[in-house]
Design a protein around this ligand. Structure first.
Ligand SMILES: [Cu+2]
Length: 712
């Protein structure tokens, strides 16, 4: 696979390809610009490219990401089957075909990114920023085993811009400066990136600042708090010559006072340092690539700084930290029987989380103490192009090891019923054997067959596993530290949870004509031991009473292995009515159900889609989108989930290329100022706002926006 190309070259090839085919069907990793006309015969991915690449030529095809979006997850709206679970403006959790969170592998330049927040306030995608993203790729259907360790729910791969050598003795300087504004929340983006190349060496530097006030709904209600303030900066230095490359990158993220109204607390700060070292080389006939990564993330959140809290005894501050090292080595070679790849990868993460009250120095709850979550594996993948069929088969052996140190709570020292409950839970946890491990095997088989000149058929089969997350195992006292589920329930974990095992099928057709492209897929998967919160039984009476007294939660949940299935379809397509006019669409539908009882899975996107109509001229284009979602009444009774109504929202945008260096983009989102509630947007958890507590949060009303980009 992509080994012998530098990562930046690869992203460019994907971009070139999507331009050539005027579609977003690009290669699943095989970098073959010279074989582009056969793209229909390759495995299917959806690639979203940074708008800055294109100029007008590249605007064909619908998948482009806004470079001033505060959250990279927003780009997922142009991927069939994908959606965003949003707990705030910068905390988008990727959902793919009804699965989300740790089930979907999100990687930045091949590195798994592990956040510090036990509620996923710093999601993996929040660690990059649109300006320095070259492309974001989502594997359609069953993700190959090479895409990551936890790919049960699919894989999102982000390729970031890296320093680009020009292999020219003269020093070359290039870059972009960008500014953006959004009227609804007065959001401002200011960013710059520059590449300096001299000979075989290049340096890339970037900086990015994004701020915004609270948004307003279509009814003019302030959605509070949804302010955000995020600064990111970093760089990459790279040496490349012939097939050899080595690069060192550093990324800094500094987020302050950003609201997450769907969660019990807001972001006070997220400060993280991420360092990566990577390289590519040739060893006899093998192409090798390797990478090492390290992230240190420090995060604080409170329930009193950005939201009303009239009870000083209930002030809470949660400090959470995570430290992760990751590695990957991969070798690839072409043989007569196809291309063969071997790889080893893994990560070693540690998590700590402590809750305090600034008004009461005595109060502490050690939520997670020195939790270890280490996952690593080996994989092999074979890919071959037969006459009309491309086959890819991969197997991954993986191991997850986890452990946690002893916890404590000041509440356990209280001489009252609450104290004895807290003490009991604490002692039970500390006396338990907390060191556990899981061995699993993942298999992914994908085929794509060309049936006729215009039609190809794809079929995929997958066996995928996921070992439980650290929250699912080690949440010892009832809390909402659930990786961002945001259902309003407190949870406890279970150290002895089993891994989830999914059996997956995906079938797709692609019709690619001169003017028309249509690619529908159907899928089904059955998941054994699906991890889901269920009502606590008699065995957990202390936790239940504790949840009742502490959080007023009458139905606290415990992470439990149940059985589930998900099925549905998604499609994307376009019709070029003329040279200038294009009609495109995306439709996504998924149904998630329990198999052990009669219930639906929680927080599943309703039937949704969009229709886009675009007119492009020589140096400008205008696009109108109708974004729709049906009502969702297939909700989870177990999670006490509320239904939502359907809606339609109209967006308009325009791009004007003043010259080769200057581009202006502007538009109006939700131009009819529709008041609506996105099913994945969560419930309001903030007191004293116009939206009642535990009512669904409204979405953003009308907003005009503008972006100006100058390239040099
Ligand atoms: Cu947090």
């Amino acid at each position: 696979m992509r080994t012998f190309l530098t990562p930046s070259a690869l992203a460019v090839k994907i971009f070139l390809l999507s331009t050539i085919t005027s579609s977003t069907i690009a290669f699943a990793g095989q970098a073959l610009a010279d074989e582009a006309p056969d793209s229909i015969n390759e495995l299917e991915v959806i690639t979203i490219t940074n708008q800055r690449h294109h100029g007008l030529e590249g605007m064909k095809g619908y998948a482009q990401g806004h470079t001033s979006a505060p959250d990279l997850a927003d780009w997922l709206t142009s991927v069939p089957g994908a959606n965003i679970n949003s707990n705030g403006p910068i905390t988008g959790i990727a959902q793919y075909r009804g699965l989300y969170g740790d089930r979907v592998a999100a990687s930045l330049d091949g590195h798994p990114v592990i956040g510090a927040g036990p509620n996923a306030m710093d999601t993996p995608l929040s660690y990059s920023t649109p300006l320095i993203v070259d492309s974001m790729t989502v594997y359609r259907g069953i993700a190959p085993v090479s895409a990551g360790i936890n790919t049960l729910g699919g894989a999102v791969e982000v390729k970031m811009r890296k320093a680009e050598t020009m292999n020219n003795a003269a020093t070359a300087l290039s870059g972009d400066v960008q500014t953006g504004y959004r009227s609804n929340n007065s959001a401002k983006t200011l960013s710059a990136v520059t590449n300096i190349a001299a000979g075989d060496v290049a340096i890339l530097l970037y900086g990015n600042s994004q701020t915004g006030d609270s948004m307003e709904s279509g009814d003019g209600v302030e959605i509070s708090p949804t302010d955000f303030d995020k600064v990111q900066l970093g760089g990459d230095i790279r040496y490349s010559k012939n097939d050899n490359e080595i690069g060192l990158s550093y990324h800094y993220t500094d987020t302050n006072d950003s609201g997450t109204p769907a969660l019990p607390m807001d972001i006070e700060y997220i400060e993280s340092h991420r360092i990566t070292l990577d390289g590519a080389f040739n060893l006899s006939d093998w192409q090798g690539e390797w990478q090492l990564g390290y992230i240190d993330a420090d995060h604080g959140m409170t329930n009193f700084e950005m939201r009303q809290n009239n009870d000083p005894t209930k002030y809470r501050r949660n400090n959470a930290t995570a430290e992760t090292s990751d590695f990957k080595v991969k070798f690839t070679q072409d043989f007569d029987f196809g291309e063969l790849a071997f790889g080893v990868d893994g990560y070693f993460a540690s998590h700590d989380s402590v809750i305090t009250n600034p008004n009461n120095m005595m109060f502490t709850v050690v939520n997670f103490n020195a939790v270890e979550d280490n996952r690593y594996g080996i994989f092999t993948q074979w890919q071959n192009q037969f006459d009309h069929t491309n086959v890819q088969l991969g197997v991954r052996f993986k191991r997850a090891e986890s452990n946690a140190s002893e916890v404590s709570s000041s509440m356990a020292m209280m001489m009252n019923p609450m104290g004895s409950l807290a003490g009991g839970l604490q002692d039970d946890f500390n006396n338990a054997d907390r060191e556990v491990s899981d061995n699993n095997v993942d298999i992914a088989l994908n085929t794509q067959t060309k049936i006729s000149t215009n039609v190809s058929f794809s079929a995929g089969l997958g066996l995928k596993n996921r070992a439980p997350s650290y929250q699912e195992r080690y949440l010892w006292t009832p809390m909402e530290a659930t990786g961002g589920l945001a259902d309003g329930h407190t949870y406890i974990g279970d150290i002895n949870l089993k891994s989830e095992t999914a059996y997956q099928v995906d079938l797709g057709l692609t019709y690619q004509g001169d003017k028309v492209m249509l690619a529908p897929h159907v899928f089904y998967q059955s998941i054994d031991d699906y991890i889901q919160g269920t009502s606590m039984g008699m065995a957990d009476m202390s936790a239940k009473m504790m949840a009742n007294m502490m959080a007023g939660d009458t139905n606290p949940l415990k992470f439990t292995n149940v059985d589930a299935k998900l099925y549905g379809f998604d499609l994307n397509g376009y019709y070029h009515i003329s040279e200038q006019i294009e009609l495109s669409t995306i439709i996504s539908y998924v149904q998630g159900e329990r198999r052990d009882i009669d219930d639906n899975l929680y927080r599943i996107a309703p039937l949704n889609g969009q229709i886009n109509f675009r007119y492009s001229s020589d140096d400008w284009m205008v696009k109108t989108s109708l974004v729709m979602a049906a009502k969702q009444d297939d909700v989870s009774t177990t999670n006490g989930e509320q239904k939502t109504s359907g809606y339609g929202v109209v967006n308009i945008d325009a791009q004007y290329f003043v010259n080769n260096d200057l581009a202006i983009r502007l538009g109006v989102d939700n131009i009819l100022d529709k008041n609506y509630q996105n099913h994945l947007g969560g419930y309001n958890r903030v007191k004293g706002t116009e939206t009642p507590v535990m009512s669904r949060l409204p979405s953003e009303g009308v907003s005009a926006w503008a972006e100006v980009t100058y390239s040099f």
